[in-house]
Design a protein around this ligand. Structure first.
Ligand code: NAD
Length: 271
């Protein structure tokens, strides 16, 4: 197959969780641009999800908004049922929904802990398990893709970098790393590819307050050797590549998309 054709997602359906904003919205747009029919999952922002679907459709794509809370088992099963009813069997799943519930450890409530773990890690489990079940049920369609299915998690540089005052978030992303690798190991022989993207600092609602504050913004930039805060499209493009046959031999990997944040930036000036 010609090099550029490997990037096409024509004839495939994708689910993106938490897609009404930020990285999820960018990934949904890029997957649609590459030719996939896209489910834009949202938890509460139905209007934003519908507006994104309208934009995708105006640009010639196919998109549908479906509400579901990824931390609830029945919602996740319902999301996949509704997606299959609307767009047919699912080939690509980007488990992206996530949140922060920050606190210093002494003040972190068990509720804060559970919030981050149940959405970021519990949601990753529920969405990942359902994706694999549905890929198996769909069966291999070699004329569409050599893989039975592509599952991609949205992790974080904090699956590797410890994060003071965000212990629940870092623990959830560290857990996601081994969940991803274990699922990849368990399903590779079935031609299911499981990978993760690990963003650094990307300009979305999750860090808006820090970016709006000049000192906060400079502190963020100090940690980024490449010298700019990332954009959601920086991540969306990598997700589309991981979903495509251009990455067909890649499984069980985390792709760090972080402008060098994981390169020990404190040492950039000769240590
Ligand atoms: P965001 O707040 O714009 O997006 C998060 C999305 O997840 C929102 O649309 C939110 O409604 C949705 N969501 C939250 N809980 C949900 C639930 N229970 N069910 C369904 N949807 C739910 O921020 P973002 O930066 O785009 O975050 C997307 C992912 O990227 C998260 O997993 C986050 O941890 C990860 N990430 C972001 C950054 C960054 O710098 N922005 C860095 C590393 C990792």
């Amino acid at each position: 197959m010609a090099y550029f054709d490997l990037f096409s997602l024509k004839g495939q359906s994708a689910i993106v969780t938490g897609a009404s904003s930020g990285i999820g919205a960018a990934a949904a747009r890029t997957l649609a641009e590459a030719g996939a029919r896209v489910v834009v999952n949202y938890r509460s922002s139905e209007a934003d999800a519908r507006a994104l679907c309208d934009t995708i459709e105006e640009q010639g794509g196919t998109a549908i908004a479906i509400g579901a809370d990824v931390s609830k088992e029945e919602d996740v099963i319902g999301l996949f049922d509704a997606a299959e009813d609307a767009l047919g069997p699912v080939d690509i799943v980007f488990s992206n929904a996530g949140l922060q519930a920050d606190a210093a450890i002494g003040e972190m409530s068990f509720e804060d802990w559970n919030k981050a773990i149940s959405v970021n890690l519990g949601g990753g489990f529920l969405v990942g398990r359902e994706a694999i079940r549905r890929f198996r049920r769909k069966g291999l369609r070699e004329e569409i893709s050599p893989a039975l299915g592509k599952l991609i998690f949205d992790s974080s540089v904090h699956q590797r970098i410890p994060w003071a005052f965000h212990a629940n978030y870092a623990a959830s992303k560290g857990g996601l790393k081994l969940l991803m690798e274990s699922l990849a190991q368990e399903t590779a022989s079935e031609k299911i590819r499981v990978n993760a993207v690990a963003p650094g600092a990307i300009a979305t609602a999750i860090n808006e307050a820090e970016r709006d504050d000049e000192a906060g913004r400079n502190a963020m930039l100090d940690l980024i050797p490449y010298g700019r805060i990332g954009e959601p499209d920086d991540i969306g493009r990598v997700v589309a590549w991981l979903a495509s046959d251009a990455s067909d031999y890649v499984t069980g990997q985390t792709i760090f998309v972080d402008g060098g944040m994981t390169l020990y930036p404190g040492f950039k000036g000769n240590g």
